[in-house]
Ligand binder design. Structure first.
Ligand code: 5AD
Ligand code: SF4
Length: 480
């Protein structure tokens, strides 16, 4: 962290206009504010960041925490803190409602600790109605920013320290991408790496393209350098992150595909595992399968979002593939990568979904034999084309379908999950088991979990484990 040379920054000068120097200047300024607060309170000053939503948000939170830690905050695990930041998600309405509920509870805590600073950022803040509501009904929120300027947290915090007025800074698109700032990884041995931002697909139910903007890929050299630095710092596994990783590089003048990027990442010495999230079935390529087939580092797992098994619904969802095309891909994947674990996302109750459409979804689940599926009830997002479509499905029907969906997914995953029992596999040990401290929890390359006897010295190591028993969603094992 010291290579940022923050202590050499001259705060008597104006803030630099270039990034990341500008943010480092504000980090130094915030350090002074936080130091003064520590003196005044006679104790550490703490911060808590909570992530709602996806892996992208989780990675953004690591960036936010890295900066807050550099500023001098002690990172804690509870909201009883001096700075509380919610990194929000708006992909389904439930996520929004949870944030409002939690804000009410935070207000009570803030009344007890007047020094508490409350910040909101992330996808929900990109919706103007949300910001209006917070301005009107949640005046106690101090800092509000969106998805495009999370790197600015130090500057915004500094403005708040200086003015003590609600600070709001929402951008509409990626004006600049600032990467070279401190980050605080949740796990020392694995890390997400953004390879692209935004989404151009406009699936008709999805709000992501509106809140995360247009697709923008990072140059391969920057990605490779970031991973090299992570590996030097102890990282063994990276997860390459993008809303649609298959369209990586399409906006470059000289096209550079995702498959090509994977080949470059594979060459990085010391890196042991590569994961990626999320490919879109419409852009899945033979090249990618080819690279996966010959790779020693790419993990044996593809998250392959189906959304619906009905070609009619897929068309109105604007997914650009049919049931048959999806199943063809699955077959091709299984031929080339027989051991691969396939997982998926499924939405039920999309407008116009009939019983027959739903049965098509169940049919694909049976045929594709997913290891697991994230299942969602369709949630109407204002501003998306689906929100104003006719044929919204009544709640009782949706609930019934959702239960049947869970049952089918459960049966299929139970059946396929047991297939590795008795095998000895390589496992990256992640943590001490939360229920039983004589066990550790590790992850197979196919993303499944195994619990087995072990201690903290194993964390971050890749070791061989025999899978002795399948418990549906996880294995019990023992070290070889
Ligand atoms: N309603 C329900 N689920 C949604 N998803 C995205 N938008 C919606 C919505 N409006 C799901 C999709 C996507 C996952 C991240 O969230 O399945 O793949
Ligand atoms: Fe949303 Fe579709 Fe983009 Fe995924 S690909 S983020 S579901 S619009």
């Amino acid at each position: 962290m010291n290579n940022y040379n923050i202590e050499r920054i001259n705060l008597l000068e104006e803030a630099p206009t270039m990034e990341p120097e500008r943010q480092l200047y504000y980090v130094a300024k915030c350090q002074q504010h936080v130091h003064a607060l520590k003196e005044q309170l006679g104790r550490d000053v703490s911060c808590y960041v909570e992530t709602f939503g996806c892996q992208m948000n989780a990675r953004d939170s690591e960036k936010l925490l890295g900066i807050l830690r550099e500023i001098g905050y002690k990172v804690v695990d509870s909201e009883d803190a001096d700075m509380v930041l919610y990194n929000t998600c708006t992909v389904r309405e439930n996520a929004n409602l949870r944030v409002y509920g939690r804000l009410g509870q935070l207000h009570v805590l803030k009344k007890k600790n007047p020094h508490m600073i409350i910040g909101l950022c992330g996808c929900m803040m990109q919706e103007s109605e949300v910001v209006e509501k917070i301005k009107k009904s949640y005046r106690f929120v101090n800092i509000i920013f969106g998805t495009f300027n999370i790197f600015k947290i130090a500057e915004l915090l500094c403005t708040y320290f200086d003015t003590k007025k609600q600070v709001i800074d929402i951008w509409n698109d990626t004006k600049e991408v600032v990467e070279e700032l401190p980050t605080a990884r949740k796990y020392p041995f694995k890390s997400g790496v953004n390879i692209m931002y935004g989404c151009n697909n406009f699936c008709s139910y999805c709000i992501v393209p509106y809140v995360r903007g247009r697709e923008k890929s990072r140059p391969p050299i920057e990605i490779v350098r970031e991973i090299e630095r992570l590996v030097d710092d102890g990282v063994k596994e990276v997860m390459l992150l993008g809303q649609n990783v298959n369209s990586y590089g399409k906006t470059f003048e000289e096209p550079f595909t995702f498959a090509m990027l994977l080949k470059e990442v594979e060459k990085i010495k010391g890196l042991e595992r590569i994961r990626f999230m999320t490919p879109h079935p419409k852009d899945f390529s033979d090249d990618l399968l080819e690279v996966m087939e010959h790779s020693e580092k790419i993990c044996n797992h593809i998250h392959f979002p189906l959304q619906s098994g009905s070609s009619k619904i897929l068309k109105i969802m604007n997914r650009k593939y049919t049931k048959e095309q999806y199943l063809d891909w699955v077959q091709k994947i299984r031929e080339k990568l027989p051991d691969v674990s396939l997982t998926t996302d499924i939405i039920v109750g999309f407008p116009g979904e009939t019983e027959d459409d739903f049965k098509d979804t169940l049919d694909v689940i049976q045929k594709a034999k997913f290891d697991s599926a994230y299942t969602f009830i369709y949630s109407k997002r204002t501003g998306t084309p689906a929100a104003s479509m006719e044929g919204q499905v009544p709640e009782s029907i949706v609930k019934d379908r959702f239960n049947r969906l869970l049952e089918t997914v459960g049966c299929v995953s139970h059946e396929v999950h047991a297939r590795y029992t008795g095998q000895t596999v390589k496992v990256l040990v992640e943590c001490i088991n939360s229920q039983d401290s004589s066990l550790v929890t590790g992850r197979l390359t196919n993303n499944m979990l195994v619990h087995f006897p072990g201690d903290a010295s194993l964390i971050g190591k890749i070791i061989k484990v025999k899978l002795t028993e399948s418990k549906g969603f996880y294995y019990i094992g023992c070290m070889e």
